[in-house]
Design a protein around this ligand. Structure first.
Ligand code: SF4
Ligand code: MG
Length: 284
């Protein structure tokens, strides 16, 4: 059985010391081992941004894609080989700006992959500009007078788009984050996990300390029921989206694979799907 050490490689991350993304990497490695995966069972696809480097730092299959496009690539990987556990990853700029169309449609499609967003409310790789998750008034080089746009309530949006698994966690809470990723991997359908992952270099507002003071853990709310969609949305609104834990899960919604003929039989990559001329005769 593999341990988290088997998911390490010899590449040293070049994230800034203290960056939240280190914990996300460690949590993926621990979660993968805890659910019984081997490195060859796992594919990690990433987009562009500081977070995009994560696919290179984990011993598994990896694909560092282009900006905002980790989800189309990850869905293609899963469709080609459904036996792989596929994790798509990226940042808030990557997934909620240029990649937002893919995010919403992958959520409602419910394909069986796990999407982990390292949300630092800023563009880190390009040295600190306002992102779709920055609060109104947030001052950066791109908004020196403060952002005049409001932040996207991404968890509410995911639920309204038909998500079957929505969770949020915090880089500083390795135990909760590892558990959430494990649950996401085990969930049969699209698992959307947003992680508050502070950018210590460029975001001096949403710091570790700020999150510690503002986050409400769902397991401290008596009677919270993650199968209750209305309660999930109301709770998100009550705490301005700053909750962590399993927010909503619907185990009944069929996954995309279950609804697509051919997928049920196993990995397309391992089936004889050589194209026969007669298949296309009527088109010629
Ligand atoms: Fe992390 Fe920010 Fe440094 Fe990028 S710039 S590695 S997000 S701390
Ligand atoms: Mg970001």
């Amino acid at each position: 059985m593999a341990t988290f050490k088997d998911f390490r490689n010899n590449i040293k991350p070049n994230w800034c010391p203290g960056c939240g993304d280190f914990s996300v990497q460690a949590s993926i490695q621990r979660a993968a081992a805890n659910v019984g995966l081997q490195p060859e069972d796992l594919a990690i696809v990433s987009g562009i941004g500081c977070s995009g480097r994560i696919s290179g730092y984990i011993n598994s299959y990896g694909f560092h894609g282009i900006h905002g496009r980790s989800l189309p690539i990850a869905q293609g990987v899963k469709m080609a080989n459904r036996e792989l556990t596929v994790i798509a990853s990226g940042g808030d700029g990557d997934g909620f700006a240029i990649g937002m169309g893919h995010t919403v449609h992958a959520i409602r499609r419910n394909i069986d992959i796990t999407y982990i967003v390292m949300d630092n409310q800023i563009y880190g790789l390009t040295k600190g500009q306002t992102s779709p998750r920055s609060e109104m008034g947030f001052k950066t080089k791109s908004t020196p007078e403060g952002s005049i746009e409001s932040a996207i309530g991404i968890m509410e949006l995911a639920i309204s788009a038909g998500a079957s698994f929505v969770a949020q966690s915090f880089s500083s809470d390795l135990k909760e984050l590892t558990s959430i990723i494990e649950q996401g991997i085990k969930h049969k359908g699209f698992s959307f996990i947003n992680v508050f992952s502070p950018c210590v270099t460029f975001n001096k507002i949403n710091t570790y300390e700020w999150f510690k003071q503002n986050i409400k853990k769902l397991d401290t709310i008596e009677g919270y029921d993650p199968t209750n969609r209305v309660q999930a949305v109301n709770t998100l609104m009550e705490y301005n989206g700053l909750v962590t834990g399993l927010i909503y899960q619907n185990k009944q919604k069929p996954s995309y694979e279950e609804l697509v003929p051919g997928f049920r039989e196993g990995a397309l990559a391992k089936q004889d799907i050589s194209l026969k001329k007669e298949t296309f005769d009527h088109l010629l």
